[in-house]
Design a protein around this ligand. Structure first.
Ligand code: CO
Ligand code: ZN
Length: 330
C-alpha cells in the first residue's frame, strides 16, 4: 500500500487540474469496477453493483489538492500567484511547486521589513529559473501544486496532498477488497473539493444516493500547543460527528460506531471545529441524503508535510468495508 500512497501523493493535481490523478486511479480500479465514467466536471464515478437488496451508496474522496495559479509574470521572469484553496503563507517560503508538465519552481517572498509578520500572498513569487518574461516557460493561468516526495518514518507517513489522496487510497483499497455487497456502491473520486466541494455536489445531484460517505482527512490534537481536539494519530479511524459545515446523520454515526466495535476496529469520535468535507455537499444535494464521513487523522493539514499513521489508514479501509458489506438500516 505504501507504493500506492507514494504514487498518489506525488502526482500533480490542483483543483480544476485533476486529470493526472484521475487517469492514475482509473487505471488502478478498472479491474474492480462494474461500470466507470467521467462526468462533465471531471469526477471519476465507478460503480460496484450490489445484489439488489441494499441501498444506493455514494462514497467520495477528492482527487484535488490545494495549490497556486499564476496571475502575472514579471519583466525578470518571476511568477506572481493567487491561491487555489486554503494556502497559508507560513508554509510557503523556500517551498517548491510543480506544474502540469513536471517543471518545478522555488517560492520566495519580497523583503520582510518585519520578520515577525507574514506577507499577504501577493508578495510571494515563484522562481522557475527564467531570466526574463520572454524566456519564462510558465504562463498566466498555469496552475501548480506544492511538491515534496513522500517521507516514511515507520508507521508515520508525511507528504503533500495526503489531503485527500490518502482518502483516495482508502476508497481504492475498499473497492479492491469489496467482493460482494447488498448495496450499489458508487465510488466517486471527486474534483474541486478544496475550492468549495463542487465535484461532490454535482455527483450527488446526479446520483441521488440514499447514503453518502466522504473519505477525508481531519485534524488532530496531539502536537505541542495545538488547538485542543480529541483525535490522535495512531488511535484509529475517526468517525465524524460534526465539522464546520455539517452535522453527520446521527443514525449513520451510530451504525459506524457499532460496526467498528463489532469488528474490533480502533476508532475515535471526531468533532472538528473548522473545515468541512464532500459529506456536506452530498448531504444537501438534490432531496438530501443520509450523510457521514470516515476521517483519516492528519497533522499539519495544508502544509507540504501532511502526516498520517498507516494503522489509521488501515482502520478506515476496514470500517468502510464493514459498512459496505452489511445492511444499512437506519
Ligand atoms: Co483540504
Ligand atoms: Zn480534504
Amino acid at each position: 500500500m505504501i507504493d500506492l500512497i507514494r504514487k498518489l501523493v506525488e502526482l500533480y493535481g490542483p483543483s480544476g487540474f485533476e486529470d493526472q490523478v484521475r487517469a492514475f486511479i482509473q487505471a488502478e480500479i478498472a479491474p474492480y469496477a462494474d461500470e466507470m465514467r467521467v462526468d462533465a466536471l471531471g469526477n471519476l464515478i465507478a460503480l460496484k453493483k450490489g445484489d439488489g437488496t441494499g441501498k444506493r451508496v455514494l462514497v467520495s474522496a477528492h482527487t484535488d489538492e490545494i495549490g497556486v495559479m499564476i496571475t502575472h509574470v514579471t519583466e525578470k521572469g518571476f511568477l506572481r500567484f493567487t491561491n487555489i484553496g486554503g494556502v497559508f503563507a507560513a508554509n510557503l517560503l523556500g517551498g517548491r511547486v510543480q506544474f502540469a508538465d513536471g517543471r518545478q519552481g522555488v517560492i520566495y517572498g519580497d523583503k520582510f521589513e518585519d520578520r515577525s509578520k507574514l506577507h499577504p500572498l501577493n508578495k510571494y513569487y515563484i522562481d522557475v529559473g527564467a531570466t526574463s518574461k520572454e524566456d519564462c516557460p510558465v504562463r498566466v493561468g498555469d496552475a501548480a501544486g506544492f511538491y515534496r516526495p513522500l517521507l516514511v518514518m515507520g508507521d508515520r507517513l508525511a507528504a503533500k496532498s495526503m489531503d485527500d489522496r490518502i482518502g483516495c487510497v482508502v476508497g481504492i483499497e475498499a473497492l479492491k477488497r469489496l467482493t460482494a455487497s447488498p448495496h450499489d456502491v458508487y465510488f466517486v473520486f471527486s474534483v474541486q473539493e478544496e475550492v468549495g466541494l463542487r465535484g461532490a455536489a454535482a455527483a450527488a445531484n446526479g446520483l441521488h444516493p440514499d447514503v453518502s460517505i466522504a473519505l477525508d482527512v481531519t485534524g488532530s490534537g496531539d502536537t505541542p500547543e495545538c488547538h485542543p481536539m480529541a483525535i490522535s494519530l495512531g488511535q484509529g479511524t475517526a468517525i465524524k460527528v460534526k465539522d464546520g459545515g455539517m452535522i453527520a446523520h446521527a443514525g449513520l454515526v451510530r451504525l459506524m460506531r457499532q460496526r467498528a466495535e463489532a469488528a474490533n476496529i480502533p476508532h475515535q469520535m471526531e468533532v472538528l471545529e473548522g473545515g468541512t468535507t464532500d459529506a456536506y455537499a452530498m448531504q444537501v444535494a438534490g432531496p438530501g441524503s443520509i450523510s457521514g464521513c470516515i476521517s483519516i487523522p492528519c497533522r499539519y493539514i495544508h502544509s507540504a508535510s501532511e502526516m498520517v499513521d498507516i494503522n489509521d489508514v488501515e482502520a478506515c479501509i476496514r470500517l468502510l468495508g464493514e459498512i459496505l458489506t452489511h445492511p444499512i438500516d437506519l
